[in-house]
Design a protein around this ligand. Structure first.
Ligand code: F6P
Length: 479
């Protein structure tokens, strides 16, 4: 698509000390990488080593590294983004530390991102800003470049107005977001929370899904993000043999699986506690029933994440010590490194159930990847009612992750479920993810951005070029 500039905290690749390029962690870059194509420009941070590197081409994209100093990383990324906005937007699962120096840094770094965007965006182009790290960027761009169409997509939940109101910089954040022409949220609740906050805090007028936060019109709606169905379907197919090996190595009668960034929002302890109690009560067999928990360390310089890691490690050790096996193996296998997609697909195929017990979660793409990887129609999905994905995946076993008994019942229900019922539930979920994949998500968002700005200014049509952008990706994509 000509003229598209993506702005996200991370570039799709991270640059290593020796110049090596590895895919960046996280669902955001993986989802966006599968829909951006040739000619797209991407503004973001390329890791600590990207320093002062100038723009470069990668897989047909033009990447513009934004440099972050050690101080920026501490204050803007670990501080304001991940110790204020992250816990606040996830229902205050951890204390929100209102450090004013972090706010100053967030503002400065957002200005740096906005400047990088306005420098490279072509006249009349489209900018797509992503996530909570860059909430001030839309208004900063608009002030400099009113010719640009600006979309903003929030990948995480938006809290209710009472909670959001504790933020001393709440008005500035809302006004920053209102610089966009279209603001996308994962689910309708997030959209409604934002509209309520904008109405109450900055007096935005709100007729329906349209807000007037100043001289221009802003639309806010939900656009549930998804995955590349065909890609994960094929990865699942290629992983059959490795999945069989996993089950053989585990001598498994049953395998429960969790795959997450190690984050306190994911409810990892809750699911492990439920499994431990089933072992205690003899409802599952210590010798043959395993829980494989992949927990990839994340934001490890933030104290709340260090505490979470210690808590999960202690719980794993306790369960394993309490349930020794005759052959010396352990019932909880804790994998603390990141896996590549093929390895993830093999675990998806090996599992009797994927267990997603997030306490709060914008969407949870792992749940959708699991569904796409299970063309064999085997296995169950246990899914928290607080993950956005619960609204898209009818057929999952929905649980309240705070209710340990409910998780235990769901684990047992998954084991006891007849194959025909598993198949029918998976068929329903696969149809939902197949028809609402990440390509459709991007197309719908961009089409809506085009129509909202056309309605406003009678602007030129982007429609045909957006279609080209999506289609050409399906034929190739980021290498
Ligand atoms: O899902 C929220 C999110 O912040 C995404 O933006 C990102 O893909 C992921 O978590 C990884 O987080 P980080 O960039 O902090 O490693």
């Amino acid at each position: 698509m000509s003229g598209l500039v993506v702005a996200a905290n991370r570039l799709p690749i991270e640059i290593g000390p020796d110049g090596t390029r590895t895919p960046s962690p996280g669902g955001l870059t993986s989802a966006l990488s599968s829909v951006t194509v040739e000619g797209t420009q991407w503004v973001g941070w390329g890791g600590p080593e990207s320093g002062r590197q100038s723009a470069f081409e990668c897989g047909g994209l033009r990447l513009h590294p934004v440099s972050l100093s050690t101080d920026d990383i501490e204050r803007y990324y670990q501080g304001f983004s991940n110790s204020i906005l992250w816990p606040l937007f996830h229902g205050r699962l951890r204390p929100v530390e209102l450090d004013r120096a972090w706010w100053r840094s967030y503002r400065l770094v957002n200005k740096r991102f906005a400047r990088a965007v306005t420098r490279v965006a072509p006249l009349g182009g489209t900018v797509w800003v992503h996530d909570y790290h860059l909430l001030l960027v839309p208004a900063l761009i608009r002030a400099e470049r009113p010719d640009l169409r600006i979309g903003l997509f929030l990948h995480v939940p938006f809290p209710n107005v009472q909670l959001f109101s504790m933020l001393p910089w709440r008005d500035a954040v809302i006004k920053g977001m209102l610089g966009a022409d279209l603001i996308g949220f994962q689910v309708a609740d997030d959209q409604a929370n934002f509209v309520a906050a904008a109405g109450r805090l900055v007096d935005a007028q709100v007729p329906g899904r349209t807000l007037f936060g100043g001289p221009h019109r802003v639309e806010a709606d939900s656009f549930p993000i998804s995955i590349d169905f065909a890609h994960w379907d094929s990865l699942g197919d290629s992983a059959k043999a490795q999945a069989r090996d996993h089950r053989r190595e585990l001598a498994a009668g049953c395998v429960f699986l969790g795959i997450d960034r190690l984050d306190y929002t994911k409810g990892i302890s809750q699911r492990l506690q439920a499994f431990g109690e089933l072992l205690d009560e003899g409802r599952v067999d210590t010798e043959t029933c395993s829980f494989v928990q992949v927990a990839v360390p994340s934001r490890s310089d933030v104290p709340a994440y260090q505490d979470e890691r210690s808590e999960v490690e202690a719980l794993v050790a306790k369960i394993n010590a309490g349930h020794p096996r005759k052959n010396g193996t352990v019932p909880v296998i804790h994998i603390e490194t990141s896996l590549d997609e093929a390895e993830m697909a093999a675990w998806y195929r090996a599992a009797d159930a994927l267990v997603v017990t997030s306490l709060a979660d914008g969407m949870n793409l792992v749940a959708k990847e699991f569904v796409a990887a299970r063309a064999d129609l085997g296995g169950s999905l246990i899914l928290s009612e607080f993950a956005g994905a619960a609204q898209d995946l009818e057929g999952a076993l929905i649980v309240n992750p705070y209710d340990i008994e409910a998780i235990k019942d769901a684990l047992m229900a998954a084991l006891e479920m007849p194959a025909a019922e598993q198949a029918s539930r998976l068929e329903t979920m696969r149809a939902a993810v197949r028809s609402n994949d990440v390509h459709r998500w991007a197309r719908i968002f961009i089409d809506r951005l085009e129509s909202s700005t056309r309605a406003q200014a009678g602007g030129t049509s982007l429609r045909s070029s957006c279609r080209g952008f999506i289609r050409s990706k399906q034929a190739g994509g980021l290498s």
